[in-house]
Design a protein around this ligand. Structure first.
Ligand code: ZN
Length: 115
């Protein structure tokens, strides 16, 4: 186990900011783990569906939307793309589109871990 530089001791009930505010309307933050976030799908409500997402990737959330809420996938990718465009307008748009199309037909990218 590697130690991260943390200044404060454990505090279970601490509130954390949403890691991806642009998708806050679809996923709410439930819990923060060492390397992942536990997100709750608001589209599944009143059923409570929690999804773990790696801190550097929202791909698990996108997979959930693609599988369970395929009619919302366009809205979800729209939120992500709008966010990306705002942040780095110089980034190639075609790259993002290609990546999206690719991941739609190949949802598994070698990630088999499922806690
Ligand atoms: Zn859902």
């Amino acid at each position: 186990m590697s130690e991260l530089a943390v200044g404060n001791a454990d505090s279970d009930e601490e509130e954390h900011p949403h890691p991806w505010p642009h998708i806050e309307s679809m996923f709410t933050l439930v819990k923060v783990r060492k390397n992942s976030y536990i997100m709750r799908c608001l589209l599944c409500l009143p059923k409570q569906t929690d999804i773990s997402a790696f801190k550097n990737s929202t791909s698990n959330l996108r997979k959930h939307v693609a599988r369970i809420h395929p009619n919302k996938l366009a809205k979800y990718t729209d939120l992500l793309e709008n966010h990306r465009k705002r942040k780095s307008s110089s980034f190639s748009d075609t790259l993002v589109k290609n990546a999206k199309n690719h991941s739609l037909c190949c949802p598994r990218a070698g990630n088999t871990s499922n806690a």
